[in-house]
Design a protein around this ligand. Structure first.
Ligand SMILES: [Mg+2]
Length: 479
């Protein structure tokens, strides 16, 4: 092969961007919103909570719920009867919005249209929803609303619904507003995170707090052997970070400590403020190692320290506003969003393929039936116009038959859609979709992150210098 020919051979990965993907199970894939060449990335940064450290959510959410409920009774004098409430782990999902004025919890689509709403655990009918939420555009930044954008925020959504429901059943306390009830819950949730009550149980039961990911250490190792340097950027303090990572980054027999994987460690980082405020940092003197470690700081200090900026940096985190949006918009960092719920979303998507195929068939059958009804009506009208003694009864019998088939199909479609919705989540359906539209969360995930995936270790399934290419997008008129 001559040199010229060799040069003209294009990069195989660029030609076949999805070449490897057919061998990767869907829940392990990395999904691409915006093209990203791993070859151009010099530094890879990691958030800790829900990114490197995957929490055993059943355990920690129920714990946060119970402790906050106890604090509500103890510190805020709520009735003791509330202590009987049990946590429903399905009730909170990311992207929900609390309407503190009305005591409702809302799921919106990407246009902020409220598609599902609950008051306590009672679903609001369409009329009520429309009456409350369609007369004017929703100002989500107003103090009336609060959104659950992090996984840590989910227990308080469930707690608010439970408390509203229970207090209304036992007689709403005079003088208490829905807004005050929410503020009290927020205060108590913050309290159990800040005082030692949650962490002291964590400390005793560390083994129950986390899900282990045996591929995590190998993933970080491979970034390093491929020449990328790694930093940790977390809002947690050093002591907690050390406690968490020495557990979740267990290196087995090789026994390398967690900090040996990083070239820079930043704790107490106050993201998203880290990306737009000028807070100084303080160098930490750590007895165990000499990896540069800081508390606080800001993005300029970090970029100066590592000698890289903008799109040479890939940052991996789970929080749309804390990790993804600011780092990308204000500094041009490339971003990966870890969405651990994706594993469930993808499993349900695959398990309901048959129902979706039936829905497609029924919809096609219905468009055919509608066309037949329209043709029949035209024939009726023509017959009536010329005064022909048409077969009137035969017409209406046929029309009736077509319409009853249409109705049967529609009912079946609704049943199947409800079955699918419940498999995602009995209260809210899919995290990413609502009524066939992107949900508010799904929209943010698509708009703000360059890549998204369920776990950091999914990088291990891909070639290290992967060119992640986004699928071609079409405008409606191009389809
Ligand atoms: Mg996090």
């Amino acid at each position: 092969m001559s040199d010229t020919t060799r040069e003209s051979v294009p990069d195989r990965e660029a030609v076949h961007p999805h070449f490897y993907e057919q061998f990767i199970e869907k829940q392990h894939r990395i999904f691409v919103n915006r093209n990203l060449r791993m070859r151009s990335i010099r530094w890879v940064g990691f958030d800790m909570d829900h990114t490197l450290a995957l929490y055993n959510r059943n355990f920690i959410e129920a714990l946060a719920f119970d402790l906050s409920l106890q604090a509500l009774v103890r510190e805020k004098d709520y009735p003791r009867e509330l202590l009987g409430i049990r946590y429903d782990p399905d009730f909170g999902i990311r992207g929900l919005v609390v309407d503190k004025e009305e005591g409702n919890i809302l799921k919106m689509d990407r246009f902020h249209y409220v598609a599902v709403a609950y008051h306590g655990f009672r679903v609001l009918d369409k009329e009520t929803r429309k009456g409350l939420y369609t007369s004017e555009p929703m100002q989500l930044s107003s103090p009336r609303f609060w959104s659950s954008d992090t996984l840590f925020g989910l227990p308080e959504i469930a707690l608010y619904a439970s408390v509203v429901e229970a207090l209304e059943e036992m007689g709403w306390p005079p003088g208490l507003t829905y807004r005050q009830a929410f503020t009290d819950i927020r205060t108590c949730v913050d309290l159990v995170h800040k005082d030692d009550s949650l962490k002291s149980i964590f400390r005793e039961r560390r083994g129950e707090c986390f899900l282990s990911d045996p591929r995590l250490v190998a993933t970080l190792d491979r970034f390093r052997t491929e020449g990328q340097r790694l930093f940790l950027l977390t809002n947690s303090d050093y002591e907690y970070t050390d406690w968490v990572l020495s557990w979740v980054m267990n290196d087995g027999e090789r026994g390398r400590p967690w900090w040996s994987f990083f070239d820079l460690i930043v704790t107490d980082s106050h993201k998203p403020g880290f990306f737009h405020e000028g807070i100084p940092w303080k160098r930490l003197a750590i007895a165990d190692h000499e990896v540069p470690s800081f508390s606080g700081g800001n993005v300029r200090l970090l970029e100066d320290h590592i000698g890289a900026r903008g799109d040479e940096i890939l940052y991996i985190g789970d929080h749309i506003f804390g990790d993804i949006l600011r780092s990308k918009k204000s500094r041009g960092w490339r971003t990966v969003m870890v969405v651990e719920e994706l594993e469930h979303e993808i499993r349900v998507g695959l398990a309901t393929e048959e129902q979706r195929a039936v829905i497609d068939q029924l919809e096609m059958a219905n468009s055919d039936l509608l066309a037949r009804v329209a043709r029949l009506r035209r024939r009726q009208e023509r017959a009536a116009a010329v005064g022909a003694p048409g077969p009137g009864d035969a017409f209406s019998a046929e029309e009736k038959e077509l319409e009853s088939r249409l109705t049967r199909n529609l009912l079946r479609i609704n049943e199947l859609e409800e079955e699918i919705r419940r498999r995602y989540n009995p209260w809210w359906g899919s995290l990413c979709k609502v009524d066939g539209e992107l949900s508010r969360f799904g929209d943010q995930m698509r708009d703000f992150a360059c890549l998204y995936t369920a776990r950091v270790s999914n990088f291990l399934y891909y070639p290290p210098k992967r060119y992640f290419l986004s699928p071609v997008e079409f405008l409606p008129h191009e389809i």
